[in-house]
Ligand binder design. Structure first.
Ligand SMILES: [Mg+2]
Length: 233
């Protein structure tokens, strides 16, 4: 399928433009090893951690600093030995490393952004999370010159998409949300009336995974990789 004419492409950042979730997974693996629990499997411990995350995200939001706090909460909850001096700093340290990761762009992203810009499409980066952390990632990445605007919100829900469309005066028929998360990118954008392109990432965070909702004909395209956008736009 090829779309004709200039479009507005609203593009997710984490795990769409660059690697992100793998660093959280690494931190979690280090945490679980350090916890060294006598009976819980990694899956059982992760399920408990996910519960803590789901509850705390509603109050505190996303991001590595909140992830670190959630790991400390989980550690206090599950640890079987007395908590010693330095233990909690050690746990925080697993997540602090996420903030210092160099940005690793996904394959084909930069040349595809270049192509999209050359084709006269309007590009808006739309990401959720802790504003300062997201801003730092954008600043450390090479994508600055491609986007006309960078929008960081606390949660990418239907209301956030409606607000974005209203603020920029976006017309649904020529506006596309492009991202790796069914929960935060594709489903709420479709519900808000936009079109969408799902670009799956094999290491997408489990809490972002949900079935894709039904869309009208031509409103949802599923591709294999970011570079495939060059076949659509
Ligand atoms: Mg993402």
């Amino acid at each position: 399928m090829r779309v004709s004419g200039p479009q507005t492409l609203v593009i997710d950042a984490d795990d769409t433009l660059w690697e992100n979730n793998i660093y959280f997974e690494q931190a979690w693996e280090e945490f679980f090893e350090y916890l060294s629990h006598s009976s819980l499997t990694a899956e059982q411990a992760r399920a408990i951690f996910d519960e803590i995350e789901i509850a705390n995200i509603k109050v505190n939001g996303y991001g590595a600093k909140n992830f670190a706090k959630n790991m400390v909460t989980c550690y206090r909850h599950l640890v079987e030995r007395e908590i010693g001096a330095g233990d909690l700093e050690r746990v925080m340290g697993f997540a602090d490393r996420i903030l210092r990761q160099p940005i690793e762009m996904l394959a084909g992203v930069e040349e595809t952004l270049e192509y999209l810009l050359h084709r006269s499409h309007d590009l808006i980066l739309f990401t959720k999370g802790e504003a300062e952390e997201q801003r730092l990632k954008i600043d450390r990445s090479p994508v600055g010159r491609f986007f006309k605007s960078f929008e960081i919100v606390r949660e990418k829900d239907v209301a956030a998409y409606r607000e974005l469309c209203g603020r920029f005066g976006l017309k649904n028929e020529v506006t596309w949300m492009i991202g790796n998360s069914p929960k935060s990118d594709i489903n709420p954008a479709l519900e808000a009336g936009m079109n969408a392109v799902f670009v799956p990432h094999e290491r997408t965070w489990t809490l972002e995974q949900t079935p894709l909702r039904e869309a009208g004909p031509g409103r949802l395209v599923v591709v294999e990789k970011f570079g495939d956008l060059q076949n659509i736009f």
